[in-house]
Design a protein around this ligand. Sequence first.
Ligand code: CA
Length: 224
Amino acid sequence: MRILVVEDEHKIANSIKKGLEQEGYATDVAYTGTEGFDLASSEEYDLILLDILLPGINGIEICKDLRKKQIHTPILILTAKGQVSDKVEGLDAGADDYLTKPFAFEELLARIRSLLRRPKDNIGSVLKCEDLTLETLTYQVKRGDKSIQLSSKEYALLEYLLRHQNQVLTKEQIINHIWDYDADVLPNTVEVYIGYLRNKIDKPFPDKPALIHTVRGFGYRLGA
Ligand code: CA
């Protein structure tokens, strides 16, 4: 796995590089936006960590330009604390996730692992857990042979849980990924939607193992 870090603060960039290399990721660093864009568009990376405020081209522009060039490498944006508009802009520009600085290195690693697990090309894939299947091309969800009708939010939530199965996902992670940034979402909303999903994928199948688990104090996990 090879990661590009685009960050102009040398101290931060170098400590990220050092930490990632200890985890076994090959890591390149670009200290300017221009250099970052050049590397990102000429080399093959599995992931790009992108600061927003950079000399040369800023992170948002880099994101947009890479997507325009059909480069779909997962991008994790590093934003300054509380800059909600940066996050929105970044995600709109084609970034996959964001992390607010200062961050805990453990969280950075967790987000990197989750992005690296995400298939680059989602077209027509079938996500599966036990006998639960979700077809991303047709939006068809089944438990065994039985079709399950989901609303679009329920579908998005289930897809997210399936892509991260056996991981504990916090409510905040779920909100950030499913409701993005547009809605005023209360933590309770996640519980409500998890309840809807349970009523459709677990409760009607009492003879089968429940797939959605509450991990008290942490969040939710989908798995057998
Ligand atoms: Ca910066």
